[in-house]
Design a binder for this molecule. Structure first.
Ligand code: SF4
Length: 450
């Protein structure tokens, strides 16, 4: 049905040289959704631009942290003014933030200049909703509470021709006490095994060398299918695809990471030796309050098992600082865990209160000066560790998938997902090349071609 509305809008836009700007906040899942939205927008006759003087502006929002909310409403003020000069400008909002009632109430009452609003479960409806807005000249808000349809036939416009993301599971069942995702993305829904494998084959035939398998928790892939499929089996099948060079995935919940998965990572040549394993805290008390369902000891044992089976693994993580009731002692536990694991990198976050979550109602929210102090301390410890760990690459040969070119400078990533810069020609874009590491910086490596 989307095709019908796409065609209608294409006819309306014909010969008008219309431009669209897409703004994406948040995680890789959102970035991947934006590739699908972008494809629909292109087919409707818009050219994608970075320019704010566009005829259509779309915000694919995130609500994991508070910051994007301020950013979005700030942007809306700016585009409200633009609309005064260009009444045909279409402002479209979608993504996680739109699944929150207080946001929709605010948009309905004070932002009637926003044209179309939809959520995470119905973004395939964009053409229909936009068409209805154009025809009725009124605000269209369509939010679903759950996934009613599994939309499989998406095409997308990829940012890179040689690498692509593939969703394998949507939603999350875990209800970590600080996280809004299960409320806005719904319960876990695994995609059909063969559909995923076919999609990867199609992408490889289309020139893709590296695949990123995406899910809020890829480790629980298949549990809801109840047919014996699981994530390790899926990886083994994808590993067999001729022409595919690299397989990456994220995110992995530590409690669901099986031995079978560790052995699969060890045994399948194409699976990159990088694992993003969010720990969030090193304190058992805080982990319990976070409802993470594992202990510090479990996590450390898991890391030990992973390192024993895959000695060259790069481990990265997420850490939250300033969770309600976090004492200095709890924070010291986090620091000691960070030192013990010696992560290759970490995304560090200051705890941000999200409405509707259990943590938002917890007593003893930590004062911001204390949180900032702890955050700085954590960054110091991490930078030190990451810098030292990178030194192990000095003099080694690394295989790099070249992703970017700028003025004879190439940038890509090694198998461990570390950024590497070296000199070279544009024709190497999208190729896997061997380089020798000649300099190690805390967050990237410098290399020369062999
Ligand atoms: S596992 Fe926890 S942090 Fe991750 S999406 Fe689910 S609820 Fe949120």
């Amino acid at each position: 049905m989307s095709e019908y509305y796409i065609k209608q809008i294409f006819e309306l836009n014909k010969g008008k040289n219309k431009k669209a700007k897409i703004n994406t906040f948040g995680c890789q899942m959102n970035a991947h959704d934006s590739e699908k939205l972008s494809d629909m927008i292109l087919k409707m006759g818009y050219e994608i631009t970075n320019d704010n003087d566009a005829d259509l502006v779309l915000f694919n929002t995130c609500c994991v942290r508070e910051n994007p909310e301020d950013k979005l409403f700030g942007n809306l003020g700016y585009f409200k003014n633009k609309k005064k000069n260009n009444p045909d400008l279409k402002i479209i909002l979608c993504g996680c933030m739109m699944q929150q009632k207080h946001i929709i109430d605010k948009l309905r009452s004070s932002y009637n200049f926003v044209d179309v609003v939809f959520g995470t479960f119905n973004f395939h409806k964009l053409p229909e909703l936009l068409y209805n807005n154009i025809m009725s000249n009124s605000q269209i808000i369509d939010i679903w509470d759950e996934a009613k349809e599994f939309e499989e036939n998406f095409s997308l416009t990829r940012k890179f021709p040689f690498k692509a993301s593939v969703n394998i599971i949507y939603g999350c069942n875990n209800f970590c006490s600080y996280c809004i995702v299960p409320y806005v993305r719904g319960r876990e829904r695994s995609r059909n095994f063969n559909d995923i494998v076919d999609e990867v084959k199609y992408l490889v035939d289309d020139g893709v060398k590296e695949i990123m398998l995406l899910g809020q928790n890829v480790n629980s892939y298949g549990l809801d299918l109840k047919n014996g499929e699981n994530f390790a089996k899926l990886l083994k099948e994808i590993n067999k695809i001729d022409g595919l060079e690299r397989i990456r995935f994220m995110t992995s919940h530590p409690k669901d990471l099986s031995d079978e998965l560790i052995f699969t990572m060890r045994d399948c040549r194409k699976i990159c030796h990088h694992l993003h394993l969010p720990v969030q805290s090193g304190s058992n008390r805080i982990l319990k309050l976070m409802n993470r369902k594992y202990t510090r000891e479990y996590y450390l044992k898991l890391v030990e098992k992973i390192k024993k089976n895959i000695p060259d693994i790069a481990l990265t993580t997420d850490i939250i600082v300033g969770f309600p009731q976090e004492t200095n002692e709890d924070f010291e536990d986090t620091l000691s865990l960070v030192k013990e694991v010696a992560f290759d990198n970490a995304f560090t976050f200051i705890y941000s209160k999200r409405e509707r979550t259990k943590a938002a109602k917890m007593p003893e929210q930590i004062p911001s000066e204390i949180v900032k102090e702890r955050f700085e301390k954590l960054l110091d410890v991490l930078n030190n560790i990451v810098g030292k760990k990178n030194e192990r690459y000095l003099g080694s040969t690394q295989k790099i998938l070249v992703e970017e070119y700028d003025n004879n400078k190439l940038t890509g990533r090694n198998e461990n997902n570390i950024l590497v810069h070296f000199n070279g020609k544009k024709n190497l874009l999208g190729n896997l090349v061997d380089v020798k590491i000649i300099n190690c910086k805390p967050f990237y490596l410098v290399a020369e071609r062999i």
